[in-house]
Design a protein around this ligand. Structure first.
Ligand SMILES: *Cc1c(COP(=O)(O)O)cnc(C)c1O
Length: 444
């Protein structure tokens, strides 16, 4: 059926046809099972989203009850329903101060499309329609719609479909391990932040609408900026009249141990894109949180001619409410900060002594392991050896999902992972590093 009918996302269809997809059939807690009965520890929380873990009956019940009561109604043309209003209020309660308005979408990509249109609408309403350009970062991920992929900085995505669209420009990423050269991390962080100012001056402040960034780049390889980076970015932003957009699709809803990555870093965005952890992935939903400052302008500007059939879908909203209740009332986010994040980070760093490992970094329940040929020089194996994919294969075979971004292994487990499950994750990761090293040495 896969070969004959299914066009899977981000897949090489010939490769997929040869091997066939791994079929995942069920899940519980932090574990998945495949069609051959293998039990697998899900170190990626699905796709960064299953915050509360699999098998939570409260979410199932919330969906079923809402489907019985009102399975669908739209929120266009001056209508609403209880779950969408309750959810907007609940999100405003946990969002940073002054971020009180939510536009709902079907996912993160649509959230960023909404952002692009709303930001340009904002500047037009302020009498500055020429402020259109959005500055984003290389190797960022902002989704896969035309605007999302354009805002993102993935070259292999831009190559298909003639992207980016006009009005989107990119600056270097704060990826010290990969691109810092001879600079110290803090020197490099300042340099990377100063690229924002350079780009604003190059484009012209009167033409720049906004800067968008993930607090921590997720899909790019869990790239954690040097400590100097965000403070310097805040200084630059304070000098220019442009909006700041935080793409919180991964960092939002507790991944860092705070509600949002912006809280973790002390950043004050004007807009925040959300998705993934909002519903723990049980049903699709995303959105854009809008500050009072931006709202007050668009509030005076007539119709916002934008929306999706499923904006604020009642079933998704009901599931999101139940999910936020678990994250808050069971103290899940608080436990990440106080207990599991420090524990995971300490245990992960034990892997830094492994001969294949050039760096281990992480924060909250995010982690990255850089695989290298030469630790001191931060030198990688030849790209065509695909060492990351070899490691990923060993992980799957040994009951662990770790994702490979090139030769960077990344993890983002469910926020409910226990210390004992963290021990299992780290033990399996070390075993797979050993197996990968043996395979690579046999080849060398
Ligand atoms: C996943 C992701 C998106 C896109 O979200 P979709 O729900 O896949 O459209 C956008 N931004 C970031 C940071 C993401 O990780």
């Amino acid at each position: 059926m896969s070969r004959a009918h299914h066009l899977a996302p981000f897949s090489d269809y010939q490769q997929l046809a040869e091997k066939g997809p791994r079929i995942i059939t069920k899940a519980d807690g932090v574990y998945l099972w495949d069609s051959e009965g293998h039990k697998i520890l899900d170190g990626m929380a699905g796709l960064w989203c299953v915050a509360v873990g699999y098998g939570r009956e409260e979410l199932v019940e919330a969906a079923a009850a809402q489907m019985r009561e009102l399975p669908f109604y739209n929120t266009f043309f001056q209508t609403a329903h209880p779950p969408v209003l309750e959810l907007a209020k609940a999100i405003a309660e946990i969002a940073p101060p002054g971020m009180n308005h939510v536009f709902f979408t079907g996912g993160g990509s649509e959230g960023n499309d909404t952002m692009l249109r709303l930001v340009r609408h904002y500047w037009a309403a302020k009498g500055q329609p020429q402020k259109k350009v959005i500055i984003a970062r290389e190797n960022a991920y902002h989704g896969s719609t035309v605007a999302g992929a354009s805002l993102g900085g993935m070259k292999y995505m831009h190559e298909q479909g003639d992207l980016p669209i006009p009005g989107i420009v990119h600056i270097p990423q704060p990826y010290w391990f990969g691109e810092g050269g001879e600079m110290t991390p803090d020197e490099f962080g300042i340099w990377a932040a100063d690229q924002l100012e350079k780009k604003i001056l190059e484009v012209g402040e009167d033409k720049v609408a906004a800067f968008i960034a993930e607090p921590v780049q997720g899909a790019g390889g869990v790239i954690i900026p040097p400590d100097s980076y965000w403070p310097r970015i805040r200084e630059v932003l304070a000098r220019y009249d442009i909006l700041f957009v935080a793409d919180e699709v991964i960092c939002g809803f507790g991944r860092t141990g705070e509600w949002f990555g912006s809280d973790y870093y002390g950043n004050q965005p004007d807009l925040m894109t959300i998705a993934k952890g909002l519903t723990s992935g049980y049903v699709p939903m995303g959105g854009l949180i809008v500050s009072d400052k931006v709202f007050e302008v668009i509030n005076q500007a007539g119709d916002f001619n934008h929306g999706f059939t499923y904006s604020g879908h009642p079933v998704a909203a009901a599931v999101a409410l139940a999910n936020l209740r678990i994250l808050r009332d069971e103290g899940v986010v608080a436990r990440v900060k106080a207990e599991t994040a420090p524990y995971l980070q300490a245990r992960l760093r034990e892997l830094a002594d492994h001969p294949l490992v050039g760096e281990v970094r992480g924060l909250g329940l995010l982690g990255a392991i850089e695989l290298v040929q030469d630790k001191a020089q931060r030198k990688r194996y030849p790209a065509d050896w695909a060492v990351g994919m070899i490691c990923r294969g060993h992980c799957f075979a040994n009951g662990l999902i770790m994702r490979a971004v090139g030769d960077t292994m990344i993890i983002a487990p469910p926020l409910v992972i226990s210390p004992a499950e963290i021990d299992e994750l780290v033990a399996k990761a070390r075993l797979c590093l050993d197996l990968t090293l043996a395979e690579v040495q046999a080849r060398a």
